[in-house]
Design a protein. Sequence first.
Length: 436
Amino acid sequence: MKKILYLILLLPFFSLQSCVEDEKDIFDASAAERIAAAMKEYRATLAAAENGWLLAYYPEKNHSIGGYNMMAKFTAEGNVTLSSEVATRNYEAGDTLTSQYDIISDMGPVLTFNTYNEILHYFTEPKGSSDVDGMAGDYEFVFMDVKPDKIILKGKKYDNKLVMTRLEEPTDPKTYYKSILDKMVESSLFGGFYLFVNDDTLCIANIVDRTMRISYEDRDEKGDTIVESESLAFIYTPTGFKLYEPFEYIAMDMKESVTMENFEWNSEKKSFVCTDAGVNVVFEGYVDPNFELYYEDYLGEWTCKYTAGSTKRSVKVQVVEEVKNKSVRLKGLTFDILMNYDAVLGRLIFYGQRVGTWNGASVDAASWQVTSPGNLNTSSNYGMVTSWNRKESPMVLTWEDRGTWQYKVLGFILWANGGEYKGGGDSRFAYISMER
């Protein structure tokens, strides 16, 4: 009886030994060894791309401003050469800068850009004491899927997806980014887009930053009509744009959904056309019937006329590019003035702004009521817009009230330290027009 009891007691130990042997059969190496092997493999894959990789890089939480193109070339020794379509403080778009990278173990292989590189860290570093996240970009990425021609990673802090595609041919960064800029400039001339799905117009969409924002009618569970809004992050390509991820569109009364991802710009149709197989979706650019002038039409020399106190002035000014298709700088007055470009209506917008310093005090261009009682406000929410006379010669732009303040703005005053600027040149600008 004792022998039988001993055998019964020993059975669990035999079973445990069997399980251990099974585990050894399933995993020939420990977890640490497997991670080490993966890290070695991933480093080799990165370095094997002789022409480097094209990166679709998305900063900001929830990729809220869209994506940016970068290129990266890795060496087995731990060096990486980066370029970006975005100009930074010291580097132009397409310039290259070499720093270091590593693949580390952090609950799995992680790609880290572990020495400072201005081109990449432009997206990650704080922009000031009150903006600790900057553009909320990642510099450490968890490997999600690795293939010889495509690597998918996820930002360790902000979770945005990073897709790296192997470049099969030598690619000059400046030429590549210039081809993207050309598409951006051409398509940015339109204030918005009509969305066509299967040849039916469904809604209007706008490009804001690098997102396509659409609103459309749908029905809720009760059958009532509701308005759905989507913000689709994308990255520009040399031919058009590619969404951050495929978007399934189901609008009111549609029997079947439509999934879209890749678009090409058609210059003749002024449209982004979906190139996904079997998908008939088009974003067609439209011009507002009240549209006035394209961005380039404003650049160059003008004669600026205005009233300074009781004196009428006429001075030569220059309108120069600040941010293409977004803003200009007006030069020739007492201080330079920034004006935004409204791409929807084709107008320039003056707004309250800081323009310089005088005797240690800041100088603001304050929106001015002009007529009694002559209220002032330095807020950027108030100001004026240009209105074109619809003639080529003479072309006249009249600065009119923007309509965002309870008082009618008809000019601006230079204001410094609680009083009117007295540092030389005119300080009052009323009833402004520009001619050429």
